[in-house]
Design a protein around this ligand. Structure first.
Ligand code: BEZ
Ligand code: FE
Length: 278
């Protein structure tokens, strides 16, 4: 059976499409031979995928969420970005990234909400694989509010709250003020939530800040820094947290948290991702 399907697809003119589809069919057939689903189970599976598609739209991409929950998104990121040459671990862009957030002056606060939160001061340094500073890189930063919602999920927050872009100085350094991030659940109101409940999995991501570094001549680095004492740090529902991305969000006597973190970019192509939702 597998051979017949592969033969039927063998004239695909695009060689990469031919390679990808052949591999997909081989693995899907092997999966069915191993799991041996009943016809009812197979129908349930197809219906689940149909519902994932129907739950996706301009405001929510349930398909990406499914890929996240199965570890596929993180695996693709690792395959394409992790070289093991000393660069910072990549992590998910996530569904809440917005392009063109405000350009900020060094040290400016990205907290634009009068309700504030626990103050945070972040200082970072960007270097290349040889330890040399990367000057003039654009650092795009975004995070969830203290109630665990991104500004584009929450009509109560001002536009671009907890988002901003900074530029590294001649020594590769940047710094900004914000609020201490909190963990949050991924959306659980759709079929992916049903799956998590059926698997007895919690829906939480450990508290984190998203970072994206870009500069001509360097591979764009999309990553996250996680609060190292978060309860979920070892059990991120989307498998993005790594030990190397754990940051010490030290609480100072005046109640401010302070995070220092170094980021390493690798040479390559500057590529800016498409924002998942507007
Ligand atoms: C996030 O980091 O923002 C995120 C990633 C995957 C699913 C949901 C949220
Ligand atoms: Fe996030």
């Amino acid at each position: 059976m597998t051979g017949i399907v592969l033969a039927a697809m063998s004239r695909t003119p695009d060689p990469r499409l031919r390679e990808i589809m052949a591999s997909l069919v081989k693995h899907l057939h092997a999966f069915l031979r191993e799991a041996r689903p009943t016809e009812e189970e197979f129908e349930t599976g197809l219906d689940f995928l149909l519902r994932v598609g129907k739950a996706s739209g301009a405001q929510k991409n349930e398909m990406i969420l499914l890929s996240d929950l199965l570890g596929l998104s993180t695996l693709v990121i690792m395959i394409n970005n992790a070289r093991g040459a000393g660069e910072t671990d990549p992590a998910l862009l996530g569904p809440f990234y917005r392009a063109q957030s405000p350009m900020c002056a060094p040290g400016e606060s990205i907290s634009r909400d009068a309700r504030g939160g626990e103050p945070l001061a972040m200082a970072g340094r960007v270097t290349d694989l040889g330890g040399n500073p990367v000057a003039g890189a654009i650092v795009d930063v975004w995070q969830a509010s203290p109630v665990g919602l991104y500004e584009n999920q929450d009509p109560e927050q001002p536009d671009h709250n907890l988002r901003g872009r900074f530029e590294t100085n001649a020594d590769g350094r940047f710094h900004f003020r914000s609020v201490r991030p909190t963990g949050y659940p991924v959306p659980t109101d759709g079929p992916c939530g049903e799956l998590l409940r059926a698997q007895d999995r919690h829906p939480y991501r450990p508290a984190h800040i998203h970072f994206m570094f870009s500069k001509e001549g360097y591979k764009t680095l999309v990553t996250q820094v996680f609060v190292n004492d978060d309860n979920c740090i070892a059990a991120d529902v989307v498998f993005g947290a790594t030990t190397a991305l754990s940051g010490n969000f030290e609480r100072l006597p005046d109640g401010t948290s302070r995070l220092e973190f170094g980021f390493v970019m690798q040479p390559g192509k500057r590529r800016l991702p498409r924002a998942p939702i507007p």
